[in-house]
Design a protein around this ligand. Structure first.
Ligand code: GAL
Length: 409
């Protein structure tokens, strides 16, 4: 009798469990390493259409960038047209006459993934229709189009006390994506204004930590109500956030200006530092115009291995101030990457002496004693053997450039 009762109770519990919808959550397993791809905004602003997106997808394939890992093809602001009579968002009919499903199919047929952009407010930043009040319908529409990645912005979300609560707003869209049933990387873009590194992990896969990046090495541009930042400014704004990053949940110091900066050195230094930061690597340049030297940087396997290290530990500076700045990123297997950043306009050289106190990262547990541990050193750019840690390392770095090494036992 008792056994029969327990059995029926168990059946009841299972039946209730099956009948109630699974708890909404973000889709796991989509960004175990930082997402890589392309986004239209940094280079093309609002000037986008299906021809550009198709040519970019083709170029990602023909340049070998897709095979190096740059798989997301992401539309940013300005793809939108109007909502139809039922409230479903449509693309701009002049710029995207074939429609978004066809564009998604074109992208997928090339082994790439499709990303799109919306906003948690009434409008996007460029005054296209936002998703507020349409979250479930928009997520459903994106799922129908085959979307794999959603960047979700924060313009027109209200002012002061009337502003939308960011956790509510981003969680609503997360739940809408879950309900639509198609896994999508969810990119939180509220410019770091509400400390998303403290709540973003359960909501999205990456979150912007700052205002917008611009194609300048060292500058801040004040637009009145908002500012945009050069590469060095964005780098400095990452301080104090690294504990939040890890597989599935990344700090996003904004999309790359690689290809848009003044010199190859600036471009590769920017790319290397974003690799040290375990940052998403979303290109923001014209892929069709990258030259061989630039492609070699982007496809450098040793650098990508640092960027995509499975432990996902964000790097940190161990020396700032005059001269070469020194950054460490702990890697799998007790390895680490060491970057020497020259922010200035003159070349710098140094015989780098290994720190007497070793290296110690309380957050990740990484620890090195150079007295008892010997590491072999490999130059990431050239692939050349650079000796070992039994002697100081002779480092030369050109203006606005980075030297980067991988050290292994
Ligand atoms: C900004 C965002 C940029 C870009 C732009 C489009 O808010 O930070 O990355 O998406 O909107 O209007």
């Amino acid at each position: 009798m008792l056994a029969a009762c327990l059995r029926s109770l168990a059946f009841l519990a299972i039946a209730i469990g099956l009948a109630s919808p699974a708890a909404a959550q973000k889709f796991e397993g989509l960004a175990q390493t930082p997402p890589m791809g392309w986004n239209s905004w940094n280079k093309f602003d609002c000037d986008i259409d299906e021809q550009l997106v198709r040519e970019t997808a083709d170029a990602l394939v023909s340049t070998g960038l897709r095979d190096a890992g740059f798989v997301y093809v992401n539309l940013d602001d300005c793809w939108h047209g109007e909502r139809d009579a039922d409230g479903f968002i449509q693309p701009d009919p002049e710029r995207f006459p074939s429609g978004m499903k066809a564009l998604g199919d074109y992208i997928h047929a090339r082994g790439l993934k499709f990303g799109i952009y919306s906003d948690a407010g009434e409008y996007t930043c460029q005054k296209r229709p936002g998703s507020q009040g349409y979250e479930y319908q928009d997520a459903l529409q994106y799922a129908r189009w085959g979307v794999d990645y959603l960047k979700y912005d924060w313009c027109y979300t209200g002012e002061g006390d009337a502003q939308r609560n960011p956790i509510e707003a981003y969680t609503t869209m997360r739940d809408a994506i879950h309900a639509a049933g198609r896994p999508m990387v969810f990119s939180i873009c509220e410019w770091g204004e509400n400390d998303p590194w403290t709540w973003g992990q359960d909501v999205g896969h990456l979150w912007r930590t700052t205002g917008d990046i611009i194609n300048c090495w060292d500058c801040t541009v004040d637009h009145g109500t908002w500012k945009s930042y050069g590469i060095m400014q964005i780098l400095d704004l990452q301080d104090g956030k690294r504990q939040a990053a890890g597989p599935g949940h990344w700090n996003d110091p904004d999309m790359l200006e690689f290809g848009n900066l003044a010199t190859l050195a600036e471009n590769r230094a920017h790319f290397a530092m974003w690799a040290m930061l375990a940052s998403p690597l979303i290109l923001g340049t014209d892929i069709r115009e990258l030259d061989e030297a630039e492609l070699a940087v982007l496809k450098n396997r040793a650098l990508l291995d640092v960027a995509l290290d499975p432990k996902g530990i964000q790097g940190y500076p161990i020396r700032k101030g005059d001269g070469l700045e020194v950054w460490v990123r702990p890697l799998e297997g007790g390895d680490f990457a060491l970057a020497f950043l020259n922010r200035g306009n003159q070349p710098l050289s140094e015989n780098y002496a290994w720190p007497e106190d070793g290296l110690k990262d309380d957050f990740s547990g990484f620890e090195v004693d150079f007295g008892s541990d010997a590491f072999n050193i490999r130059d990431v750019w050239s692939g050349a053997d650079a000796g070992d840690t039994s002697a100081p390392l002779s480092v030369s770095v050109g203006a606005r450039d980075v030297a980067i090494y991988r050290l292994s036992r």
